[in-house]
Write a protein that binds this ligand. Structure first.
Ligand SMILES: CC(C)(COP(=O)(O)OP(=O)(O)OC[C@H]1O[C@@H](n2cnc3c(N)ncnc32)[C@H](O)[C@@H]1OP(=O)(O)O)[C@@H](O)C(=O)NCCC(=O)NCCS
Length: 173
């Protein structure tokens, strides 16, 4: 399996289109900002747990300059009008040895095509190869799509519900 920093695979989506799932690169900054611009308020709220209109330079640097070891980030890219376009991304950040937090976002027009599930599958496979034992996520209780992506994954998942948040633990081993 390629290292996270060189990761690239192509998959066929539910609508027959091809998507490349690949490592995020520093030069993706503009593509990532454009993808956030095409993502609706509700989706951004579900990703960041707060209304999100813009990002500071510091936040942009944090999300784009990743080491692909303790902060692993993948993007989903499709051809749109003949141009490669980032339409989603998934990342994990190691919290302590063996355990990392995951989060995903797909722009509104490309949700429901299987991109979230593909990002999850590849991120989990990178995490497993890196020796991680579990992935955790915090999900809003009304976020059925995210919960479904975790439930559909090949891994054993545990959920703990609290008012306002579902804590999800995915066992990789
Ligand atoms: C959550 C998210 C990443 C999933 O990505 P996606 O590409 O839409 O996911 P997929 O297409 O792989 O799968 C979504 C599944 O949820 C299902 N789904 C959609 N809305 C649902 C709902 N309200 N309740 C239950 N299931 C739902 C879809 O039918 C699909 O299941 P299927 O493959 O069995 O048909 C995407 O919807 C998103 O970006 N949401 C906003 C940001 C966010 O919530 N991030 C999560 C933070 S941890």
């Amino acid at each position: 399996m390629p290292e996270a920093k060189d990761y690239s695979v192509t998959e066929t989506l539910r609508n027959g289109r091809q998507v490349e799932i690949r490592a995020l690169r520093p030069e993706d900054r503009a593509g990532l900002i454009a993808a956030v611009g095409r993502t609706g308020e509700q989706s951004l709220y579900r990703r960041f747990f707060a209304p999100k209109r813009g990002f500071t330079e510091q936040e942009i640097a944090f999300y784009t300059n990743v080491d692909q070891v303790n902060h692993v980030a993948l993007v989903a890219q499709i051809e749109e009008g003949g141009r490669p376009t980032i339409v989603g991304g998934g990342r994990y950040i190691v919290l302590r040895p063996g355990r990392a937090e995951v989060a995903f976002a797909v722009d509104d027009d490309h949700q429901g095509l299987g991109i979230g599930a593909a990002l999850m599958r590849h991120l989990a496979s990178i995490a497993r190869s890196a020796g991680l034992e579990e992935l955790v996520a915090e999900v809003l209780p009304e976020n059925g799509a995210m919960l479904k992506v975790f439930e559909k994954s090949e891994f054993e998942i545990r959920t703990a519900r609290e008012p306002g948040v579902v804590h999800v633990t995915i066992r990789l081993s």
